[in-house]
Design a protein around this ligand. Sequence first.
Ligand SMILES: C[S@@+](CC[C@H](N)C(=O)[O-])C[C@H]1O[C@@H](n2cnc3c(N)ncnc32)[C@H](O)[C@@H]1O
Length: 403
Amino acid sequence: MPSNDSFFQDPKKAAAVLKHGILRRYLAKFAGATATTAPGRRVAFIDGFAGEGEYRHLLTGVTEAGSPRIALTIAQDLRARDINLECTFIEKRPEAFEQLEALVQSSGDRFALALRGDIGDHYEDAVGRAAHAPTLVFLDPFGRSLDHDRTVAALAARGDTVPTELLLNFSLQAVRRMGARLYESEEAQGRAATLANLDSWLGGEWWQEEFLNEKLLELPREQRAHPAALAVWERYASRVRDALGYHSYDVEIRRKPTDKPLFMLALFFPRINALYSYNDHVSLAAQDWRRFLAEMEFAEAEALDETDPLLGESRLAEAKRRFADDEEATKRQAIDDVKDSVTLHLSKLGYLHVSKNLDKVLGAAVGIARETHIRAAWKELAAEGVTNGCPKGSLEKQTIWRA
Ligand SMILES: C[S@@+](CC[C@H](N)C(=O)[O-])C[C@H]1O[C@@H](n2cnc3c(N)ncnc32)[C@H](O)[C@@H]1O
């Protein structure tokens, strides 16, 4: 069994649990929902930084699905509902591409396509191939992504008649690393090329203002890059939203709760009604991620219990109890956050539509709370005389009124 330390040194792993948990749920939902009105019930998924398709963990030997295998499995499931999810995968690294191609071939999916090479050589064609089909584009590089201008131009050119969404995994660590080179001397080797690379990724030099912000420059150099990268992300997301006329919802992707986020996984979407189910998917994936981290602790505790048993409660039993308590506390906090936010906003607005005002309903619990927590909060508020009663069934289209 890997120790937690060696496990967490594999940056793909824990972060991927959250990312894949969201992708798996949302791609199935997107395809199922958009296919009903799509010509030929065709829906497209474009995975621009696809990777090898599945990963074999070096230490455990366990095979984990990467985004291509997740998408191919969903495509297979949807075929039973007469929906064609047509997947295009792009991968640059030759060894990864070979594995990806073998996976696609072995899937027997005649609509799936694996393209070898740089995303820059395939992107517009891949989007063009999906011209009349609702399309989810997934861009998930380790480092820099495709140039901003090209990323949005091909999507904007599709107009607003065909549903088009972008799931972007934005590498904060790459922005931190590349952007911090601004603080080096102008002659430093590779500095100019790195900064130019960042300019074309982010679509201009605007990001430099964030790294050169006066307040930030008062901090020691090693503390600047993280807040600068977060500020760059905020502006970048707003540029994508403005270019496409979209909304966005982002989730911090990190290895463990105490680490700095490595990525911002953001969904850019045109219609606000995607938000309610997406938030549910995020909340469930975050729960998977917490359980995954706990299971690593359980494995470590169990191994220690075997080699060095304790007299009283075992380490494993203690770790399991702590996890159950933490989950209970997370749930209670999520309900309390929803109650606080609903109470605050009802005092000003008088009513809140659950999905149209989702940000005001969830408050600080965004991405943690989902329908089950909203229901619990609403019932408590009703019992306290603050709101109307909570109805049965889906809450998505319901309205909370001030009592
Ligand atoms: C984070 S991994 C992809 C993980 C995959 N999306 C998943 O969820 O399983 C990024 C992949 O992009 C590939 N890559 C890097 N630069 C690329 C480029 N310019 N064009 C296409 N692929 C690229 C890398 O070789 C790597 O396999």
